[in-house]
Design a protein around this ligand. Structure first.
Ligand code: GN1
Ligand code: MG
Length: 353
């Protein structure tokens, strides 16, 4: 492996001598290594080497072009802001393909520190603020310039239709085990699809969306405590409210229930980060967006369960089903608390005016 990494370092024209590589655990999609390079002046520079998962991202060139457009925009328009920096090869490419077909890229290492306890209210607020700010920083970027790197990623109605096609085909004979789950999805299908329908009709602004707004994708720089949004692979055009909702789904729950205190902190953080760049129509659908994206992810897990567990790399043959069930429980809980959550968003909006 070290020889491959040495070769990657040379292709990206990194200065200095490689002295150490360390595999970095965590990401479920790409394989990542931290590299240390000794410089002639005695200092050490660190990089992240990453092998792009081409099953999930069949067109890495387009992924890298999206990332370059977004990070260049942030660097140009908000120079004080921290964002990912990717290195280039001699011919200006953002990634290389090695002889074995693997695709590699190199970015500057971000020295970060865990500023907030896992699952804390403070973390929910900080994550909300970072992704709200991401919206703010890119509000004046024309999102239609971005390519669709994963087709129909947040097309909830299409994902639901696909699920039912696969339930009918039932290649593994598993559909009978998820009758209740399928019945629930059928019952909420229209509600969960409503925002996508409105978006397709032009009723919701087309924005740059991150599409993986979870806590692990916000780092806090060790020295400055500045938040840095990472994992820009799924940056595409879409609805800000799905970014909001996906973050709320992941960071504002406690034991599978929407935690109103964390939801409040997350919402206030998101709105303050967004600094007024979102319309009232968008903020007015925050709760519906949280519900819809939660249902959509349940649908994706159910679909993977029905078709052989290829996408999400589950630990066991029932792991996808368990994940889908807990998301359905969360979606049901969001529905039960809908009035209260809506009130929380309204109050947060007033506080941010
Ligand atoms: C996938 O592997 P991870 O956690 O970065 C998925 C997200 C899901 C998430 C749920 C490209 O992201 O959409 O929300 O799993 N990413 C992709 O566990 O499909
Ligand atoms: Mg990700």
């Amino acid at each position: 492996m070290n020889e491959t990494l040495n070769q990657i370092g040379r292709l990206f024209q990194l200065e200095g001598q490689p002295v150490a590589y360390q595999s970095v655990a965590g990401g479920r999609i790409n394989a990542t290594y931290r590299a240390e390079f000794h410089q002639t002046d005695g200092r050490v520079r660190r990089y992240m080497f990453q092998r792009i998962n081409t099953e999930v991202f069949p067109d890495p060139a387009t992924v890298m072009r999206n990332i370059a457009q977004v990070t260049d925009h942030i660097r140009t328009h908000s120079p004080q802001e921290r964002t990912l920096y990717f290195h280039h090869t001699a011919s200006g490419e953002g990634f290389v393909r090695t002889a074995d077909g693997a695709c590699w890229r190199v970015m500057d290492y971000i020295d970060s520190a865990p500023l907030f306890a896992a699952d804390s209210v403070e973390l929910a607020a900080a994550v909300g603020s970072a992704f709200g700010r991401f919206q703010y920083l890119l509000a004046d970027f024309d999102a239609t310039r971005l390519s669709e790197t994963i087709a129909a990623f947040h097309d909830t109605p299409k994902r639901i239709r696909t699920l039912f096609v696969h339930a009918d085909e039932d290649p593994l004979g598993r559909a009978g085990k998820i009758g209740q789950e399928l019945a629930y999805i059928r019952a909420v299908s229209e509600k969960a699809s409503a925002l996508c329908v409105r978006y397709a009709q032009g009723g919701i602004p087309c924005r740059v969306t991150h599409n993986d707004t979870k806590a692990a994708n916000v780092l806090f720089e060790r020295d400055t405590r500045t938040p840095v949004v990472i994992d820009l692979d799924t940056v595409m055009a879409g609805m800000a409210v799905y970014d909001f909702g996906d973050g709320a789904r992941s960071v504002a729950q406690t034991d599978g229930r929407m935690d109103s205190v964390k939801f409040c902190a997350y919402t206030k953080g998101f709105l303050s980060g967004a600094a007024g760049c979102l319309t009232r129509e968008e903020t007015g659908t925050f709760v519906l967006g949280t519900f819809s994206v939660t249902v959509e992810l349940a649908v994706r897990y159910l679909d993977d369960y029905l078709t052989g567990d290829y996408y999400f790399a589950p630990h066991s043959s029932t792991h996808n089903l368990a994940r889908a069930r807990s998301l359905i429980a969360l979606a049901q809980d969001i529905t039960e608390q809908e009035a209260e959550l809506t009130q929380i968003v309204r109050a947060a909006e007033m506080a941010c005016l």
